[in-house]
Write a protein that binds this ligand. Structure first.
Ligand SMILES: C[S@@+](CC[C@H](N)C(=O)[O-])C[C@H]1O[C@@H](n2cnc3c(N)ncnc32)[C@H](O)[C@@H]1O
Length: 158
């Protein structure tokens, strides 16, 4: 794993539901003074202060998380993002809509429409939903039918 973000951020908060990945990150980034580690219960960001985070990035996590817990995280995203802050979240988009067990890719039942609705219900603005990016769509999430939703915490000043 590489962590290109740590040198660029004043403060970097790493979150996982499991101790082991966090322990490995602690070892890996032992020299970094600006990294914090949060053990989530699966749908929360304990100890992260309200309106204290400028940007959130999650990749290859929500695709495996139950919809109710994704909704819990979106409420936490709305809580911890500063006004104008942005969250970029990779999630499933329809590969598994709950009719059958998700034995291929272990995708959670989620669609981009439901994800956007859950985000909006929690006060987030949905700025974009994409499934590829880069020159000639070089980066492409279609193999597992995933998407990325970009959410913004509205700036209360408008
Ligand atoms: C497939 S790994 C991806 C790790 C990393 N994002 C990457 O792209 O290399 C999925 C990670 O999500 C974590 N995870 C699974 N469910 C979670 C949840 N509800 N909340 C937070 N982390 C979770 C797992 O412990 C694991 O570290």
């Amino acid at each position: 794993m590489v962590c290109l973000t740590a040198p660029r951020a004043r403060r970097l908060i790493l979150v996982d539901v499991s101790d082991r990945p966090l322990a490995l990150c602690r070892e890996r980034f032992a020299a970094a003074q600006n990294v914090e580690y949060v053990l989530s219960s699966g749908n929360d960001l304990p100890g992260v202060a309200d309106s204290s985070v400028d940007a959130i990035w999650s990749f290859d996590v929500f695709v495996h998380v139950a919809p109710a817990d994704q909704a819990g995280y979106l409420a936490e995203v709305a809580r911890v993002l500063a006004p104008g802050g942005v969250a970029v979240i990779h999630h499933a988009d329809g590969r598994n809509l709950g009719d059958l067990p998700s034995s291929s890719g272990w995708r959670a039942p989620m669609s981009r429409h439901l994800f956007a609705t859950l985000a909006a219900q929690r006060g987030l603005e949905v700025a974009a939903q994409i499934d590829s990016w880069g020159a000639d769509a070089r980066y492409d999430l279609s193999a597992y039918h995933d998407a990325i939703t970009v959410c913004r915490n509205p700036d209360s000043a408008g």
